[in-house]
Design a protein around this ligand. Sequence first.
Ligand SMILES: NC(=O)c1ccc[n+]([C@@H]2O[C@H](COP(=O)([O-])OP(=O)(O)OC[C@H]3O[C@@H](n4cnc5c(N)ncnc54)[C@H](O)[C@@H]3O)[C@@H](O)[C@H]2O)c1
Length: 257
Amino acid sequence: MGLLENKVAVVTGASSGLGRAIAIRYAAEGARVVLADVRDAPIEGGEATQAAIERAGGIAISVPTDVSRWDEVDRLVAIAVERYDRLDVMVNNAAIYTSTNLVETSQTQWEQVVQVNLTGMFNGCKRAVQQMLTQEPADEVRGRIVNISSQHGMVASPGDFPYGVTKGGTVQLTRQVAVDHARDLIVCNAVAPGKIVTGKPGAANDPRALEYSHQRTPWPRLGRPEDVAGAALFLASPLASFVTGINLMVDGGWMAG
Ligand SMILES: NC(=O)c1ccc[n+]([C@@H]2O[C@H](COP(=O)([O-])OP(=O)(O)OC[C@H]3O[C@@H](n4cnc5c(N)ncnc54)[C@H](O)[C@@H]3O)[C@@H](O)[C@H]2O)c1
């Protein structure tokens, strides 16, 4: 038996990187996974997530969704429930990034990052809770939310202004949802990745940035998407009982040192 046998999970930003790894791991653990993204092809290249899951014998559907739009998130959860009858796990993972400090950040960049990273998470949490409130509890829980934050929401990284601010907001949003809906038996936690190598092109995989992260991380390697998927699996599973409102770091000890 997988840890998520017959559970229904929505994963946003599921086409690439960490969301892709989370979706694939959930499906391998028996979940029926609803993949939500604005694109289909992985940013880092390779097989689309739905194809990868189906090739391994898992179950998934893709629902093109822009998380920054309430109507699209509303439709996403409605389709998940129509297809699979309930929503057990909502993973709010989709996010965008600019390498800009305060004065370099244009009004448009600010609004775009806030709209995807923070309003997108508000949309995902709100719509998930609305659905979970209508469901009977299973194993003492009506539903579980896993939000992907970042260590950059806990410490400021140079030139990470709008992204870092939204990630800080994610951590507080997680606590607030956890406290407000604990009596409803809805669990809400976050995972805070450190430096995870996803293979996407651009600043994140600049060799100097990777070398700095390597030096700064106590564990002798950088993170892999599968490391985050393992933490997201724990928080989605019954193993995480009496655990709500936390921000679980997956950072090779960076924040401990
Ligand atoms: N990779 C890391 O080192 C790292 C570290 C800390 C936190 N994180 C967090 O992990 C999450 C995933 O990061 P990643 O590195 O895999 O990113 P990524 O850019 O590789 O993948 C993000 C996915 O989200 C999708 N997306 C973007 N905007 C969307 C929208 N409006 N609606 C729906 N989907 C949208 C993209 O199309 C893409 O498939 C993000 O929340 C990020 O902040 C990543």
